[in-house]
Structures are given as structure tokens and as C-alpha cells.
Write a protein that binds this ligand. Structure first.
Ligand SMILES: Cc1cc2nc3c(=O)[nH]c(=O)nc-3n(C[C@H](O)[C@H](O)[C@H](O)COP(=O)(O)O)c2cc1C
Length: 167
């Protein structure tokens, strides 16, 4: 059954949710949806509101959708969708019609894609998008390790507008 809860009612461990279960980040640009897997990011409070933080590399096709949209969604899919998350995280929507191949059932909520198969969905409204500048890194080994191609992440912060639980 689908129901809405307040962000403050989320009782799951955020390290496990993001780092182990992974997020499906999705945005719709008014015509089309694209989505990708993400295992970096955080949930917290910003500007006094429950917020989600994502870091997206500039070459991701999903970034174009995030930039055109006002809202985006973060979906936690059930464990049996692991293969799908691997697919969404290794193939680009530039090369394949990922959404059609995903088999996910999509509807838009506040302009953001919400999937019937998702067990937990955060609908977020974009508040901030900006690059992580090379000059801001304080530990050069991080740049060496994670950015050999200097493709520094773009930080997106979204205000969490809806939390939809499917159980
Ligand atoms: C487990 C996992 C986690 C990932 N986390 C991120 C992430 O946090 N940020 C990012 O930019 N890419 C991340 N990726 C890579 C993108 O999901 C991948 O490049 C994807 O194919 C991009 O698709 P797109 O070009 O259709 O947007 C991750 C991939 C996997 C498999």
C-alpha cells in the first residue's frame, strides 16, 4: 500500500540506504525521463528544511534532465532490483532507452518521476546546483584518487517535498 510520511518519520539508516541499497536518481524535463544509480549523497537539513544532497558528474546524461527540471526523485528499489540498478548505473541513457528497458512503471508527482516499483521515494525540489571546484579540495589525494579526469562532481541540493512509502 502506498502512503506518504513526513521526512522526520524516516527511520532507516541513511548510510545503508544510500551506500548499500543505492538510489535511483530520476528527473523529467517535461518530455522525457532519465534515471541513473547513485551511491553517494546524503540526507539532512539545509536552510531549515529536510533536504537531499547529490553529487553528479558532468558527463551524466541524467545531469541534463536535472538541470532542466525543477524537481527530481530519489527511489529506493527493493533488493530484487539490484540487477536493474547495476544496469541503470553502467549504461547511459544517451546510448539506450534505459527507461523503456527498465520496465519501471512511471508517473509524475510534482513533475518528478515516481515509480510504482519503488519501496521508498523522495520527491525533491531543486534548491542549489553548483560545481565542486578543484581549488576547494583540501586533500590532494582525494583529487588524485577520484578525479584523474578532472570531472569534478556537481553538487545538487533538493528540498524534500514528499516521502512516499510503498509497503
Ligand atoms: C553503484 C553505483 C553508484 C553510482 N553513483 C554515482 C553517483 O553518486 N554520482 C554519479 O555521477 N554517478 C554515479 N554512478 C554512475 C552512473 O550511475 C552511471 O554513469 C550511469 O550510467 C549514468 O547514466 P546516464 O548517462 O544515463 O545519466 C554510479 C554507478 C553505480 C553502479
Amino acid at each position: 500500500m502506498e502512503r506518504e510520511i513526513r521526512p522526520e518519520e524516516l527511520s532507516e539508516n541513511v548510510f545503508d540506504l544510500i551506500g548499500n541499497q543505492w538510489l535511483l536518481v530520476a528527473a523529467n524535463d517535461g518530455e522525457k525521463t532519465n534515471a541513473m544509480t547513485a551511491s553517494w549523497g546524503s540526507l539532512g537539513v539545509m536552510w531549515g528544511k529536510p533536504s537531499a544532497f547529490l553529487v553528479i558528474r558532468p558527463q551524466r546524461y541524467t545531469k541534463e534532465f536535472l538541470d532542466r527540471a525543477q524537481t527530481f526523485s530519489l527511489s529506493i528499489l527493493p533488493g530484487e532490483k539490484r540487477e536493474l540498478l547495476n544496469y541503470m548505473g553502467t549504461v547511459s541513457g544517451r546510448d539506450e532507452d534505459k527507461m523503456a528497458k527498465s520496465g519501471l512503471t512511471e508517473r509524475l508527482v510534482e513533475g518528478a518521476p515516481v515509480f510504482a516499483e519503488s519501496r521508498l521515494t523522495l520527491v525533491c525540489r531543486k534548491q542549489f546546483a553548483g560545481p565542486m571546484e578543484e581549488s576547494s579540495f583540501l586533500d590532494p589525494s582525494v583529487v588524485e584518487k577520484w578525479y584523474p579526469q578532472k570531472d569534478f562532481h556537481i553538487l545538487y541540493i533538493g528540498r524534500i517535498e514528499k516521502v512516499i512509502v510503498n509497503d
